[in-house]
Design a protein around this ligand. Sequence first.
Ligand code: ARG
Length: 253
Amino acid sequence: MVTYSINPWMDPAKPVDLPLAMTQWEDLRDRYRALGHTVELLEPLPGLPDMVYAANGATVVDGRVLLARFAHPEREGEAAAHHDWFRSAGYASVHEPAHINEGEGDFAVTSSYVLAGRGFRSSPLSHGEAQEFFGRPVIGLDLVDPRYYHLDTALSVLDDATDDVMYYPGAFSPGSRAVLARLFPDALRATERDAAFLGLNAVSDGRHVLLPQAAVGLFEPLRDRGYEPIGMDLGELLKGGGSVKCCTQELRS
Ligand code: ARG
């Protein structure tokens, strides 16, 4: 249910088909399991409809957990639920952030860098905090289009071992575009059309790339690069401004 609006995709007047949303989410979960991945589940809490976008709750690198601190009061309550989950799962190194960061919504991890979005949600100060905690270079990237308010709506890591990424240049400031072109000269650049279906909100295990099925223009280029694209229909989740990646937090050991 969309009960408030904190991004341009969210319209509380537009109905959400709840059973369909549930089926779409279950399909995603089942697909991960069918591919051999382990899926942990976080119990939803009443009054926190955006909790389904689990990517925003934390960032885990080398088994170390940087918790989130949400920009909007509507989502503040989610942080404690993620904290509790990591505590009971036995994670030893869990950092409570001083600065606003929306987890993997704005942090993307490659073998060389942590890429970090700013401009709409995560504070630029959180980038320094992440660099200090993870001991990895953090590259700040400026987001300029409100439709792409989180980094993970505009950029996706395809292979974290080879630093292969795809992104939509139009979501970034000219300087950040230049930084991306310098760091990732061979990146797959998405068109505006594919970005507008949240085609960049994808999850890759280095071989399979799960992405919104409507982003049809990305399938062939992904195949050409040796990936197996898997189209998912998360149309009801799109009404909250999220898709595959938003619903998925990666636990990197
Ligand atoms: N309605 C949510 C918000 O605006 C969507 C979050 C999507 N998650 C993401 N990782 N981009 O905060």
